[in-house]
Ligand binder design. Structure first.
Ligand SMILES: [Zn+2]
Length: 374
């Protein structure tokens, strides 16, 4: 029942590369498509294997820097007692799945700044290396045509600068939000920072229309990111400081492994429950989700037993676990239901529907008290 050993990656379609400082590093399948595309386009334009190796090598080195950037976030968060599930490389950059962001805005600022700081350090290190080699540093516009180290130097400076933009999905957006949160309510700070992010995206889009279509693409990414981030942040703010016992389901139906799927159908049709814990001799041994039930019905019909279709990789959560982290696990894991324990004994279950219900109620209460104050 341990949930620390075999965590699935945060994103589907990811392959494990290895681990750094105890944090698993995954690469998303689409990243390999990017590599292939780079290789092909170098081959088509230069027709030499050396150009292909140079192009692909540069992208790999660049993504090495991205991994170190994410590791900067992860290791700083670790100093504040926050674990990181994994780091995943996507074609648009890396994602470190932190268990949660620090509650203290000052710590959040440090965690956010640590990523770009890593790129600045890498750039400084390359600069030192180049000056030791006594390579003349050409001016900035020539650098991109220089050798791989010179290109990496520029790209790292660009990564640091781009990530420091005060627009929400970027690290700079987090810094802005945290600074605002020192002065105002967490949710108001989130909304304001998201608006700044979107205003910035609009401006960038406009510049892109006039000068460079690539900026348009980045603007779109920033706009969508700001909205998504504002959405999840709002939920996070609402759940802030709440523990699992607020969303605990204590009245629920269970199945036995020997039950036929017929019983699961009846229970599903009877009430609101879609996923069922499977209990044998008082122990929680598996989960039958609606998906499993439908698969069973399709393959064998209603007389198949629960045992054949239940999933046995089960996750548990302690009743005092923060709801934020429970929600994250439900969103990213492949299990839709967690068994909740109190002092090691089963106290109930929790699923996403229930947490979202709690969020809606909390949001309504908050809106209500705001209206009341006016
Ligand atoms: Zn970052």
């Amino acid at each position: 029942m341990s949930n620390s050993q075999h965590n699935p990656p945060s994103m589907k379609w990811s392959m494990r590369l290895g681990s750094l400082a105890g944090i698993a590093v995954y690469v998303h399948a689409t990243f390999l498509i990017l590599l292939l595309w780079i290789a092909l386009s170098y081959w088509r334009s230069e027709q030499s294997l050396q150009a292909v190796i140079h192009g692909v090598g540069f992208i790999l080195a660049l993504f090495g820097c991205v991994v170190l950037h994410e590791l900067g976030h992860a290791l700083t968060a670790r100093r504040f007692g926050i674990k990181t599930r994994d780091i995943t490389l996507l074609p648009i950059g890396g994602v470190a799945s932190l268990e949660k962001m620090p509650d203290d805005p000052k710590q959040e600022i440090l965690v956010a700044l640590a990523g770009p700081a890593v790129n600045v350090v890498i750039a400084g290190f390359i600069w030192l290396l180049l000056s030791l080699q006594q390579t003349m540093l050409p001016n900035l516009s020539d650098l991109l045509k220089g050798n791989m180290l010179q290109q990496l130097l520029v790209v790292n400076l660009f990564l640091a600068a781009f990530n420091l933009l005060p627009a929400f999905p970027m690290d700079g957006g987090r810094v802005l939000r945290a600074i605002l949160a020192l002065r105002m309510d967490h949710m108001a700070a989130t909304r304001l920072a998201a608006s700044v992010g979107q205003a910035f995206a609009l401006w960038l889009g406009l510049v892109g229309l006039l000068y460079n279509p690539f900026l348009l693409f980045i603007a779109l990414f920033v706009w969508i990111g700001a909205m998504a981030e504002a959405g999840t942040e709002e939920i996070r703010s609402l759940l802030h400081g709440t523990t699992l016992n607020h969303a605990l389901i204590t009245h629920f139906e269970t199945l036995s492994p020997h039950d036929s799927l017929t019983r699961a159908i009846q229970l599903t049709l009877d009430g609101v429950q879609k996923d069922f814990p499977v209990i044998a001799a008082g122990n929680f041994i598996g989960v039958l989700t609606q998906e499993d039930l439908l698969r069973g019905l399709h393959e064998q019909g209603a007389l198949a037993t629960v045992r054949e279709y239940m999933r046995t990789e089960i996750e548990t959560a302690d009743i005092n676990e923060p709801l934020e982290s429970v929600m994250k696990r439900l969103q990213t894991g492949n299990c839709r239901l967690l068994a909740v324990t109190r002092n090691g004994e089963m106290a109930g279950i929790v699923n996403m529907d229930n947490i979202l219900e709690l969020v809606r109620i909390e949001a309504a209460l908050k809106e209500g008290s705001r209206a009341f104050r006016k």
